[in-house]
Design a protein around this ligand. Structure first.
Ligand code: ADP
Ligand code: MG
Length: 265
């Protein structure tokens, strides 16, 4: 498997003195092409800060971020912006759609910014929106769409320029759970089909069914990484599972039907 992204000893510190916060505290991780990783952890554990650094939107205090053999952290601002347009797609909580452009035009805008506004590209934009269940809303303006529909447009926009890396911060936050499952399933399919490397921040552990690995953060650090399917299915049923300490995620459970309890440390 090919490494798409390598984060090395990433640190982001806010403030100074007594009020200093290590929002991300020495995180190293590799992400492979064709895999979707869920990033989970309690509020304040550093998920958004980590994602913003990986997106090239926030400069780390220290550490390196390697994508396509280039280090995002040492690039000049202009180069980094250009690199981002080509190689990194993101859909964040505030979806930032352009209010006076339709759903389709918002997605096509990314094509133009990345120099891919061809007839084939525009056809891809339409197909993506259809796959995300927006066939009837393609020509709608953001204010005519529900919050969930706007987020799906943002997801289409994150994928359209065929980036190496695609990052989504709680893209399902304003969706009902059935819709959330559909959107994450489609997102996972697209990441796999198109061989992107994807990171999805989510609070909903049931969504981990669709991902290849789960990275659990706590206090700015990676607490654990789960990759075995049985562990993931445990996570998907946290209320029934005693193997994975769920305290930090706000869950608890003592009898796990899928395997034996983890031995006491
Ligand atoms: P999460 O997305 O997991 O909720 P965040 O990355 O938003 O976590 O925040 C991690 C920590 O960094 C928190 O303690 C938060 O208060 C702090 N933090 C985040 N952004 C800033 C900022 N711009 N200035 C100061 N502290 C911040
Ligand atoms: Mg966050």
């Amino acid at each position: 498997m090919q490494v798409a992204l390598r984060a090395e000893q990433l640190v982001k510190t806010y403030g100074s003195g007594d009020s200093q916060v290590n929002a991300v505290d020495n995180v190293s991780v590799d992400l492979y092409q064709g895999e979707l990783v869920a990033l989970v952890g309690p509020s304040g554990s550093g998920k958004t800060t980590l994602l913003a650094m990986l997106a090239g939107l926030l400069r780390p205090t220290s550490g390196a971020i390697m994508i396509e053999d280039q280090d995002l952290t040492t690039m000049r601002e202009r180069d980094r912006a250009a690199f981002r347009k080509l190689h990194i797609g993101f859909a964040f909580q505030a979806n930032n759609l352009v209010p006076y452009l339709t759903a389709l035009e918002n997605v096509e805008l990314m094509l133009r910014l990345s120099g891919q506004r061809t007839p084939a590209g525009r056809e891809r934009a339409r197909e993506l929106l259809v796959r995300l269940g927006l066939e009837e809303r393609i020509h709608g303006l953001p204010r005519q769409l529900s919050g969930g529909q706007q987020q799906r447009v943002a997801i289409a926009r994150s994928l359209i320029s065929q980036p190496t890396l695609v990052l989504a911060d709680e893209p399902t936050a304003s969706l009902d759970s059935e819709r959330a499952f559909q959107v994450v399933q489609t997102f996972a399919q697209l990441v796999h089909e198109q061989n992107r490397a994807g990171i999805l921040v989510t609070h909903d552990l049931r969504l981990v069914e669709y991902v290849d690995r789960v990275i659990q953060m706590l206090d700015g650090r990676i607490e654990r990484i789960l990759e075995a399917q049985e562990d993931l299915s445990c996570l998907a049923n946290p209320e029934r599972c005693g193997r994975i300490p769920m305290g930090t995620l706000g869950f608890s459970g003592d009898d796990c039907p899928c395997s034996e309890p983890e031995p006491a440390a």
